[in-house]
Ligand binder design. Sequence first.
Ligand SMILES: NC(=O)c1ccc[n+]([C@@H]2O[C@H](COP(=O)([O-])OP(=O)(O)OC[C@H]3O[C@@H](n4cnc5c(N)ncnc54)[C@H](O)[C@@H]3O)[C@@H](O)[C@H]2O)c1
Length: 247
Amino acid sequence: MNTTSKKLEGKVAIITGAARGQGADEARRFVAEGARVVLTDLLPSGADLAAELGSAAIFIQHDVANEAQWRSVVDTALEKFGRIDILVNNAGIFTPAMLEDTTAESFDRHYRVNQYGPFLGMKAVLAPMKAAGGGSIVNISSVAGMRGFPGMIAYAGSKWALRGMTKCVAREVAPFKIRVNSIHPGLVDTPMLNDHDPEALKQFEAAVPLGRMATTADIVEIVVYLAGDLSSNMTGAELVTDGGLGL
Ligand SMILES: NC(=O)c1ccc[n+]([C@@H]2O[C@H](COP(=O)([O-])OP(=O)(O)OC[C@H]3O[C@@H](n4cnc5c(N)ncnc54)[C@H](O)[C@@H]3O)[C@@H](O)[C@H]2O)c1
């Protein structure tokens, strides 16, 4: 059990989608909590953030839907930091469309990034986490993985799947002291929402019982909790942080 005041002291984490939004703030906070972090993203700007975070962080440009690239992320993490304790499957995409407007390409892309990517990630870190004597995998799903929303068939399908995969893997890997949990944010103020119709977003926000979008800080707090030893008895859990949107 960690006895320092830092919640992730000595741990090594991989965070996907860490160039911006929630993943970037998770990386900043993880380093502040004593972790060493491998940031990955399709966007090369993740390198600037890693440089800002200093010797406790490295960046690898990475498509989460590419299995060979996952092998190289894990190999580099082990070479650089010697172990892997935490994986945050945070990278994701969201392009809203009603069923009749959802193309096969868009459906497949949501599947590949939001579901297949975390599958590859969980598989890739399994051996190093077993070797480390345990670990924590945090899968960023969504409130759209808890209930139905119009215009979200591709996105919600992938996030329901991620929630289900979390529970299957949690049961499989518990004997190795590897924990797997999912987080289900509602609306979070990040660049993901930039391309969306501001009027529709306003209406969505107005439907949140607590009356506001989440900040990245709201989500990061829970990621740190699940990643660290304070949640050592939790696996297969789904933590909803949506201001009541999914009620
Ligand atoms: N913003 C919200 O309202 C909201 C709500 C619920 C859940 N989420 C989930 O939270 C997670 C983080 O999203 P965010 O809000 O920070 O959005 P964001 O768009 O700011 O960040 C997502 C990051 O993922 C990266 N990414 C996309 N495809 C990738 C790929 N194939 N390989 C590697 N990286 C890739 C992007 O480049 C980006 O940096 C996502 O899984 C998202 O679905 C977001």
